[in-house]
Ligand binder design. Structure first.
Ligand code: NAD
Length: 250
């Protein structure tokens, strides 16, 4: 029960890392509200892990954020954990990625975190101790020729996390903000960065790039989220936690 008394809103939690976090957090006593742009899938996920219905939230919309924070706060009688997890990847080099792909990546992966922190901070502060966890990526620190927009957006999340942490530290009492930086995680997203539709082939290929010899599971990420959401990390803010199987040590 490492998260007893915690009330979390998680974005993009209909599947993948977000759903994995919701499950592990709920197992540790956290009250959880699942949000996603895909509301039917989100409701199916919510029925597995939460006593609350899912909330439809397109993280690129400021008004949708305001409404979701209010709704989740009503359902849980406050919010003290925000997991900014929703994200997309649109592969492309600086030369072949079109402007629409650039803009969409920036909106879903970076602007979303600004909108979410802005909407949530005053609400989180009322139920402090509170914690924001931003799911960035090791791509915020290690570039790929084919991830031009994703690299830039996740680097933005990395530094935005620190700005939010410093602002929260001087404005509120006990509101923290940290980022997590996974390398490849076994979710639908890996199929978008490899050429084959065969998940097993894709994960084997990606694993060859990782010193530990495998890609991450959603649980690998969820354990880090549990730690950062809980008071076990109470002196940690503005920090980045790398979960990369050793890639960035090379
Ligand atoms: N899978 C990886 O290899 C990996 C590695 C590092 C970081 N990440 C990051 O982890 C996060 C989760 O990725 P995942 O692997 O679980 O991906 P996924 O594709 O399995 O799930 C992403 C979820 O986000 C939702 N989503 C997409 N656009 C949205 C929007 N505008 N508003 C709200 N929800 C939206 C989708 O519906 C989906 O449920 C992302 O931020 C991603 O960049 C993933």
């Amino acid at each position: 029960m490492r998260l007893a008394g915690r009330k979390a809103l998680i974005t993009g939690a209909a599947r993948g890392i977000g759903l994995g976090c919701a499950k592990l957090m709920a197992e540790h006593g956290c009250d959880v509200v699942i949000t996603d742009i895909e509301i039917d899938e989100a409701n199916r996920a919510a029925s597995q892990v939460s006593s609350h219905p899912a909330i439809e939230l397109d993280v690129t919309s400021g008004p949708a954020w305001e409404a979701a924070i209010e709704h989740a706060g009503d359902l849980m009688n406050g919010i003290n954990v925000l997991i900014n997890n929703a994200g997309i990847i649109i592969p492309g080099t600086v030369e072949n990625l079109d402007e629409a792909g650039w803009d969409r990546t920036m909106d879903v992966d970076l602007k979303s975190v600004y909108l979410g922190c802005r909407a949530a901070l005053p609400v989180l502060a009322r139920s402090a101790p509170a914690s924001i966890v931003n799911i960035a990526s090791i791509s915020s620190m290690i570039a790929s020729p084919n991830f031009a927009a994703y690299n830039a957006a996740k680097a933005g999340v990395h530094m935005l996390t620190k700005s939010v942490a410093l602002h929260a530290a001087r404005t509120y009492s006990d509101v923290r903000c940290n980022s997590i930086h996974p390398a490849f995680v076994d979710t639908d997203m890996v199929d978008q960065v490899t050429r084959s539709d065969d998940r097993e082939v894709n994960t084997r290929k990606l694993a060859r790039q990782i010193p530990l010899g495998r890609i991450a599971t959603v649980e690998d990420v969820a354990w880090a989220v549990v730690y950062l959401a809980s008071n076990e990390s109470s002196f940690m803010t503005g920090s980045e936690l790398k979960l990369d199987g050793g890639v960035s040590a090379m």
